[in-house]
Structure formats: structure tokens, C-alpha cells
Design a protein around this ligand. Sequence first.
Ligand code: ZN
Length: 160
Amino acid sequence: MNIAKDKVVSIDYTLTDDGGKVLDSSSGREPLAYLHGAGNIIPGLESALEGKGRGDQLNVSIKPTDAYGDRDDRMIQAVPRTAFGGAQNIEPGMQFQANTPAGPRVITVVGVEDDQVTVDANHPLAGQTLNFDVKVVDVRDATAAELEHGHVHGPGGHQH
Ligand code: ZN
């Protein structure tokens, strides 16, 4: 069975940046399971996997436009410290989930002054070329419930 829209695909993967640093890996975990064609994974990786089958291995280098987009300096903003509620000891590098007009996002603290905190709402991997070393572990048909929900159920997917 080849990878196509509405298939459930399980992959083992290692993600490295252009310097060879490992950013993420399924090593030591369940393979990642995703619903193909549903936008569950970045577009560049999804298109590279199209048509592949169980056991196939690939190395792909994905430009930011097909991954998490380019960095946008307008997404770096100063917000009042009070916006963090009761959070104490806010330090650069800390990450918070925030609700923004564009939906929930992870924001990263990049600077702290007296009563102001500078945050960066760019995705942590925005602007980076991502190198994936991928092995296809399994391909199966999605269930009706998975298609309805738009994501995978069971090992490597949603547990609900
Ligand atoms: Zn579901």
C-alpha cells in the first residue's frame, strides 16, 4: 500500500537543522502516526512522502516556506508583565502557550525588563531549513472516525 490521501502513515524520523544538530526524533518512542493529506505534518514532508511505501527511507531537506514559514519580526512584541498572570521569575528562553488572533501559539520569552516582557510568537522552527531522515514503518487505511476527526487514533496518535 502506497502513501496517499486518507492513509494513516507511521514514520520513524530524525530532524536536524543545517548545522547537523538533532532538533527532534522518534528514537526511543512510538513511531509518529499521522493522517496523510490532512495537514497534520508540514507540507514539505507530506509531499515528500506521497507515493512511498512501508520500508522506504528518505532524506529530505525542506525550506522554511514548506515547513514553519519565514520569521516575521512583527511577531516580536513587548507585553506587560501582568499579562503573565501570577507567573514568577520570567526568564528569556521560557515558553508559554498564548491565545492570539491567529489561534493558540507557543511564544518564547526573548527579553525581560522591569515591567515589560518581550516575546517572540514565531514558531521556534520558523526560518529554518529542516532536514528529515525518515523511514516509513507502516501504511494503512484510515478508519471512518479518523477521517471525521482529521487525525489518527491509537499508538502514535490521539488517545481519546
Ligand atoms: Zn479523534
